[in-house]
Design a protein around this ligand. Structure first.
Ligand SMILES: Nc1ncnc2c1ncn2[C@@H]1O[C@H](COP(=O)(O)OP(=O)(O)OP(=O)(O)O)[C@@H](O)[C@H]1O
Length: 937
């Protein structure tokens, strides 16, 4: 029976509204979702992108999404190595989402932030805590070394703290493989953490430079200052080579001093091995525990017996299978380290499962033994002392703490859940507030301000948030409380839901199943509606096909956007249907407080974005930003890393009077934070790392190290050096290396190969920006990674990642419009503008696209509310081939809109919609590029 006129109108109106919501979402300035992740807030900013706290929609787990421009030269390296690591003290990489201009890494959330910030807060870390944290860091390095990987940028900023206060190594942008004792030549890292052989630009053993950096980290943790840190970079380097750290006996134990001395041995071969470090008396008992744990993990992973064998893994697999997931796909995804959405789902569920197992089985015997202690009056004074150590508070490691925590768990299980957790959290918060306030007083105005903006103690929060309370409650009573925002009752048909002890588990599993079921349901709904509204079929087909092309692509490319892992024939059939998607946007219930009525469209967007379509919406800019000194000052400190040319400039302008052992600067000294970098001098060697696997490069700057350093005794800089113009010398060298096309090519192929291991994305645009001005001083700090910049379009940025050298902005106008929607339009627009020369019609659309637009036009005219005037949707039918069909499908409206703007003065004058104006920008960019070429000539 055909639907009545009223029904038809209702359906049209629904589609119209849905279309408008989607349209508005595409034009929104706010980024709300990426893949399966819902963005909650921005929590940090790196040199090449932002870091967001997000919620994994299927599991509701908190995850960090770190975004990087593809122009980040270390991005591929970072993902390539990071995904290989599976270790408790290394941040987990769950998933990688690739869009046209960005790569999004879903990482384990470490609410404790950086160890650097923790140290700033405490001024110096107590010895016992140092031993524990350092053992964890050293075990992570040991693990990476056992996989023949060297980190090369170990520093306090690259160690994060999780919610229990455990150290997690992160940021593998400089990592590379290193077969034993191989000599590397790429100068990279952060100056104050660099080993003497690095600052002297000698070939080095990658393992040994990591060990030196560990020594710097340990010294700084204990002493609260850095051992070699001067205002002037050259002095710092001189001290690294010739100086010795001074020890304050008030903070340093004999063992600590001994270990630091060994780690900071000037001669690399004298530095201890990782095993020797972890066995050192200062680190006991933590060191030995970590060593045996690490060895066990390494052994298991080498034997390949880690995956899908454990009890929790088998249980989880069974549940997923029962719920209709294709477990084989999940296994493949994990085993091949695809870092796709299935990996993300699996790893997060497994983490949750394991956490639940720990909560499920509290150790009764221990808790009973601790009763005396709890009521011991002396304990309260001890607690006061411990409150000075917020990290240890949250991560009880001493037997007393373990007992107390276990007891609390037991007690809370037997008590009223409403009372105990609250009171416990409150007490804990009070205790933790104290040191925070004390420390705040000691901070300099700069740090104090920073504190006010963003309290650094993620382990120490003044006001426990609702989520913190909930987490504590979960931790204490072992059952998740359902609140209005997150409550999802465990579905009965989910495998294992009858498990009485697994309330939390069932909750999360029910959420996952519900998430995918709701998606499946959408398909079913659309099918039903399709059948019932045959008369509207064509119309829906047109609207649906537009999204469907993207959706199809989404399902077939799991690394981008979301994947529908439910193995269901009906669902697969639906996937094949061309006319179903339009009704995906039918309203549905949402179980998230943050979800707006656009939720349906959001999931729709999720299916087609971001990777499939390249649709990226600019992030919400008024989020509280974490003010990082190093990023805010990065442009000022371009010489902070091993930028030799910059050093020369500094040296030649200053009469350096070096006094050995000038004393140590406090961390609170208001200087920019150290930044990592790769020297431009090693451009050739960097390439040779890829092309020759670490063989010595033919291009060496002989004697540079000698000239670069003041005299060992006098501190005087050689006049020869001052007058010789090493600046020019190095510049020439750099030019030579940049012109070393062989290495560039080898690097290019290596990079793209690695890149394509994990993505199916289109290759990066190649742009030649090698030619540069030779006049300005700033040119002497041109990116050492010049060759890389020929691979990736450089964004118009004032700072560059890790350092220094690439800080000069190559503003050729080509990347002026870096906001995501613009870049999409720009690409499409430029495509159009190229073809416009041959096409007098101006508007270029494929027949199907034109048809879709016309149909949409009709729909919108019939809907009650719509924001797009009819005139903006007119389209001609010039046939054009589009390589990226899905992108174009999503852009149709915008392209049309842009073209029609002239004829419709009422249309909103958003620059991103203006194809003609972007064409003008391109012209302008070319003009600037030509000008720069003239300069360089
Ligand atoms: N997994 C995480 N959990 C919590 N916060 C994180 C996480 N990763 C990064 N952050 C936050 O984001 C900030 C920037 O991240 P990160 O340092 O990794 O970026 P980056 O691009 O590598 O920066 P750079 O190389 O300049 O140091 C960090 O200081 C930290 O506060």
């Amino acid at each position: 029976m055909s639907p009545t006129k009223a029904e038809q109108n209702q359906i049209k109106s629904i589609i119209g509204n849905s279309y408008n919501r989607l349209y508005n979402q595409f034009n929104s300035e706010e980024l709300s979702e990426v893949g399966n992740y819902k963005i909650l807030k921005q929590i940090g900013e790196g040199s090449f992108g932002k870091v967001y706290l997000v919620s994994h929609k299927p599991t509701h787990r908190k995850v960090v999404l770190k975004t990087s421009d593809k122009s980040d030269p270390n991005l591929v390296r970072e993902v390539f190595y990071h995904r290989q690591f599976d270790f408790p003290y290394i941040t987990k990489l769950y998933e990688v989402i690739v869009t046209e201009t960005k790569v999004w890494m879903a990482l384990e959330y470490c609410p404790g932030k950086e160890l650097y910030e923790h140290l700033l807060m405490l001024q110096r870390i107590p010895l016992d805590e140092c031993a524990k944290l350092f053992s964890q860091i050293a075990s992570a390095v040991h693990y990476a070394h056992s996989l023949n990987c060297v980190h090369r940028d170990l520093k306090l900023e690259n160690i994060l703290l999780d919610k229990k206060g455990n150290a997690k190594l992160t940021d593998f942008g400089f990592t590379r493989e290193c077969v034993s004792k191989c000599s590397l030549e790429t100068i990279c890292g952060t100056t104050v953490y660099m080993a003497p052989e690095l600052t002297q630009r000698k070939a080095y053993d990658g393992f040994k430079i990591d060990i030196w950096s560990l020594g710097i980290i340990l010294y700084t943790m204990i002493n609260g200052t850095m051992p070699f840190d001067e205002d002037d970079e050259t002095k710092t380097k001189w001290k690294i080579v010739h100086g010795f750290p001074s020890f304050n006996d008030n903070f340093m134990s004999h063992d600590a001093k001994d270990l630091i001395r060994r780690l900071l041995a000037k001669c690399p071969t004298e530095r201890p091995t990782m095993k020797q470090i972890l066995s050192h008396p200062f680190l006991q008992p933590y060191g030995q525990i970590m060593l045996s744990k690490t060895e066990k993990i390494i052994k298991r992973q080498r034997a390949g017996i880690t995956q899908f064998r454990s009890r929790s893994e088998r249980k989880l697999l069974k549940r997923l299978r029962q719920s209709g997931f294709s477990t084989q796909s999940i296994k493949t995804s994990i085993q091949k380290r695809k870092c796709d959405s299935l990996s993300g789902l699996w790893l997060l569920l497994l983490e949750h499962e394991r956490a639940c197992e720990r909560v499920d089985y509290p150790r009764r015997s221990r808790s009973v033994l601790s009763v005396k202690k709890v009521f011991d009056p002396q304990l309260s004074s001890q607690e006061a002392v411990e409150s000075q150590q917020p990290i240890r508070k949250q991560n009880p490691t001493s037997p007393t703490e373990v007992r107390k925590s276990s007891l609390k768990k037991i007690l809370s299980k037997n008590s009223d859940a409403n009372d105990l957790p609250g009171s416990f959290v409150k007490r804990r918060t009070q205790r933790q507030e104290q040191p925070l306030q004390q420390n705040t007083q000691k901070l300099s105005p700069v740090e104090h301000k920073k504190e006010t903006i963003d309290p650094p103690g993620s382990t120490v929060s003044k006001q426990p948030s609702r989520q913190q309370l909930q987490q504590s409650l979960v931790h204490l009573v072992g059952t998740k409380t359902n609140d209005s925002t997150n409550s999802v009752s465990p579905s009965k048909d989910v495998g294992g839901s009858s498990n009485p002890s697994g309330g939390k588990k069932n909750g999360i599993f029910a959420k996952v199943t519900k998430f995918f079921k709701s998606k499946k349901q959408q398909y079913n709904n659309s099918s039903a509606n399709n059948n019932s509204v045959n008369s509207n079929r064509d119309m829906e087909c047109n609207n649906g096909s537009r999204q469907n092309s993207s959706s199809r692509k989404s399902h077939s490319t799991p690394t981008v956007g979301s994947t529908h892992p439910i193995d269901d024939t009906a669902y697969q059939d639906k996937k094949r249907s061309n006319c179903s998607e339009s009704l995906n946007s039918l309203p549905k219930g949402s179980n998230q407080s943050t979800a707006k009525d656009q939720d349906t469209d959001t999931s729709q967007l999720n299916d087609v974005s971001p990777g499939d379509t390249g649709i990226e919406l600019r992030a919400h800019s008024d989020q509280r930003l974490l003010k990082r000194l190093k990023s805010t000052t990065s442009s000022d400190i371009s010489g902070q890393t091993s930028a030799g040319n910059y050093d020369v400039e500094t040296v030649s302008n200053q009469n350096i009077q070096l006094t050995p052992h000038e004393g140590h600067r406090s961390l609170y000294f208001s200087r920019p934070r150290p930044v990592s970098g790769i020297s431009e001098l090693s451009n050739d060697t960097f390439n040779s790392e890829y092309s020759t696997d670490g063989n010595a490069s033919s291009l060496r700057v002989v004697d540079f190290s000698k000239a670069n350093f003041p005299h060992a005794n006098t501190g005087e800089v050689s006049s020869d050096f001052k007058s010789r113009g090493i600046y020019k010398h190095t510049l020439d060298k750099r030019d030579t290396s940049i012109m070393s096309s062989t290495s560039s090519i080898s690097e290019k192929s290596s990079r793209t190969d690695s890149f394509y291991d994990i993505t199916t994305s289109s290759p990066p645009m190649i742009m030649d920006i090698r030619k540069t001005k030779k006049t300005a001083v700033a040119d002497s700090v041109l990116p050492r990674i010049g060759a890389q910049h020929t691979l990736f379009p450089r964004q118009n940025r004032n700072s560059s990642r890790r350092g220094s050298i690439g800080r000069k902005t190559h503003n050729r106008g080509l990347n002026k419009h870096t906001s995501q929607p613009q870049s999409i339009i720009q690409e499409e627009g430029s495509l159009n503008s190229q073809e416009e020369k041959h096409n007098s019609n101006g508007m270029i659309l494929s027949p199907r696209q034109s048809l879709v637009m016309e149909e949409n036009n009709d729909i919108l005219n019939q809907g009650d509310e719509h924001t797009v005037p009819k005139s903006t949707l007119s389209a001609s039918k010039s046939p054009t081939h589009y390589p990226f069909e899905s992108s174009v499908a999503l852009l149709e409206g915008q392209v049309n809109v842009g073209e029609a703007r002239g004829s419709s003065p009422k249309f909103p004058t958003s620059s991103r919609m203006s194809v003609p104006s972007l064409a003008t920008e391109d012209d302008e960019a070319l003009r600037i590029a030509d000008q720069e070429d003239n300069y360089s000539d």
